[in-house]
Design a protein around this ligand. Structure first.
Ligand code: DX5
Ligand code: ZN
Length: 220
C-alpha cells in the first residue's frame, strides 16, 4: 500500500500560505482546515482563501470542513474545483444527498466523525463516499495528543470498506507523527493528515518522506 501524506496548513504560517504550500510539494495533498467558530471553537478562513489556495497549489486540496450548516456551504467549496470536500456527519441530517451533490459538482466527497461520534450508522453509506475521516483528536486545534482509543473505530471502517469491496480512502487527522502513524496504519488507515509533525519539522520534505515510510512499514 502506498500511504498518502497530507500536511495540514493549520500549522503553516497564515501570512505566507503560498510559500508554505510550495514547501510541501512532495506531499500527496494539502489538507485545508475550514473552521467557523461555531461547529468548533476556532476560526480559520472561508471560500475566498480556499479559492486562492486552489489557484496557487501544485498538489490537490483536501478540504476539511469543521463548520455547521454544511448543506448550505459545502457545495460552494466543491465549486472552487478542489479535489476533495469532507464534511462532518454531525453537521447534517442528509449526508447522502450532500455527498451526491459534491460528486456531481466534481469533487470527491468525504464524511468525518468526531471522537465522540459512533461510525456504525454511517458504515452502510460508505459507497456514497470517496473518503471517510476518523478524527484522532477533538477537532478545532492542531498540536493535540493522538487518541489511540480511536483505533478500533479505524479498524471497523477498514473492515467495512474491505467487506464492501469499495475504493474509499480511510483518513486519520490529529496528533499524527512519527511515533503514532504506525498505529493508525496498522488499524487500516491509508491517508494521514499531519500538521505540527510536518510544519514543525526542521526539514519539511524529510518529515513527509519519514512519515510515509513509517506508515508503509506498518501497513497491512
Ligand atoms: C484539527 C484539524 C487538524 C489539525 C491537525 O481540528 O482538523 O487537521 O491541523 O494538527 P496536528 O497534526 O498538529 O494534530
Ligand atoms: Zn483537519
Amino acid at each position: 500500500m502506498s500511504a498518502r501524506i497530507q500536511p495540514s496548513i493549520l500549522a503553516a504560517d497564515f501570512v505566507n500560505l503560498e510559500a508554505d504550500v510550495v514547501r510541501i510539494a512532495t506531499a500527496d495533498a494539502v489538507h485545508v482546515d475550514v473552521m467557523d467558530n461555531h461547529f468548533v471553537p476556532n476560526l480559520t478562513f472561508g471560500p475566498q482563501m480556499v479559492g486562492r489556495l486552489q489557484a496557487v497549489a501544485s498538489i490537490p486540496l483536501d478540504v476539511h470542513l469543521m463548520i455547521s450548516d454544511v448543506d448550505r456551504w459545502a457545495p460552494g467549496y466543491a465549486e472552487l474545483g478542489v479535489f476533495s470536500v469532507t464534511f462532518h456527519a454531525e453537521a447534517t441530517d442528509a449526508p447522502v444527498a450532500l455527498a451526491r451533490r459534491l460528486r456531481e459538482i466534481g469533487a470527491r466527497a468525504g464524511i468525518a466523525v468526531k471522537p465522540g461520534t459512533a461510525l456504525e450508522p454511517y458504515l452502510e453509506l460508505l459507497p456514497e463516499f470517496d473518503q471517510v475521516l476518523v478524527m484522532t483528536v477533538e477537532p478545532g486545534f492542531g498540536g493535540q495528543g493522538f487518541m489511540a482509543d480511536m483505533m478500533p473505530k479505524v479498524a471497523a471502517a477498514r473492515a467495512a470498506i474491505d467487506a464492501a469491496g469499495i475504493d474509499v480512502w480511510l483518513q486519520v487527522d490529529g496528533g499524527i507523527a512519527l511515533d503514532t502513524i504506525g498505529q493508525a496504519a496498522e488499524a487500516g488507515a491509508d491517508t494521514f493528515v499531519a500538521g505540527s509533525a510536518v510544519y514543525g519539522a526542521a526539514d519539511v520534505e524529510t518529515a513527509i518522506a519519514d512519515l510515509r515510510a513509517a506508515a508503509e512499514r506498518h501497513a497491512h
